[in-house]
Design a protein around this ligand. Structure first.
Ligand SMILES: CC(C)(COP(=O)(O)OP(=O)(O)OC[C@H]1O[C@@H](n2cnc3c(N)ncnc32)[C@H](O)[C@@H]1OP(=O)(O)O)[C@@H](O)C(=O)NCCC(=O)NCCS
Length: 184
């Protein structure tokens, strides 16, 4: 599968063929100890994702600058997960989960760009699907803002609505890659 690009990042699906140094760098990415209530690190979420044929783990990789090629974030596309509780027809959607940007790189636009690019990666993974769905805690202001900038909207649904910090169910249309005009 080809990488999906959304400046300033590209998403690199992680497969058994992935370069071992890239994978090691991804597994060292940390959302920050104060953020683990929102998302566990890739060192915990990558192993089960890589063993599940319904999930596609990916790295968020910098495209340019002195650190070009360095991973700054991680996420998983899931064809199953708890989609049946989030969509009337789970076959129409994919779930974005375990998504985060390394603590040291947060607040630079990589989260919003990565989440937007995930819509295109989801289209490449499952062209027949229509929606990319995610759950984000009500208290997670950075997550709500980044996903909103990436085109996700609040569906009105809540995951675990009776919890102290319920999760907002957000969704965005999958994004086919932009077509180039002839001659460009
Ligand atoms: C949520 C997360 C992925 C966002 O990625 P990011 O790279 O930090 O976010 P961006 O730099 O793309 O910022 C997107 C917007 O959120 C805003 N934002 C960032 N931190 C914020 C905060 N604490 N409160 C309110 N808004 C915030 C930014 O200002 C930006 O908006 P702007 O461009 O209008 O200024 C990242 O912060 C993260 O990994 N957090 C920890 C784990 C997590 O919460 N994962 C998501 C689980 S659903």
């Amino acid at each position: 599968m080809s990488p999906v690009v959304d400046a300033p990042v590209r998403l690199e699906p992680l497969t058994p063929a992935t370069d071992a140094r890239l994978l090691a760098a991804v597994l060292a990415l940390d959302p920050g100890p104060d953020q683990e209530r929102y998302c566990m690190p890739a060192s915990r979420t990558y192993p089960p994702a890589s063993a599940d044929p319904h999930r596609v783990p990916f790295a968020v990789v910098l495209r340019g600058g002195a650190d070009a090629g360095a991973p700054v974030g991680f996420g998983v596309l899931d064809r199953r997960g708890h989609l049946e509780h989030l969509l009337d027809d789970p076959a129409k959607g994919l779930l974005l989960r375990a998504f985060y940007v390394d603590r040291a790189r947060q607040g630079r636009g990589y989260g919003a760009a990565g989440a937007r690019a995930a819509r295109a990666l989801a289209h490449a993974v499952e062209p027949a699907a229509q929606l990319l769905v995610l759950c984000v805690h009500t208290s997670n202001a950075a997550g709500l803002r980044a996903y909103g900038k990436a085109g996700f909207v609040d569906t009105g649904g809540r995951w675990q609505p009776k919890a102290a910090d319920p999760q907002v169910v957000m969704a965005a249309a999958l994004q086919p890659p932009a077509r180039r005009r002839p001659g460009r």
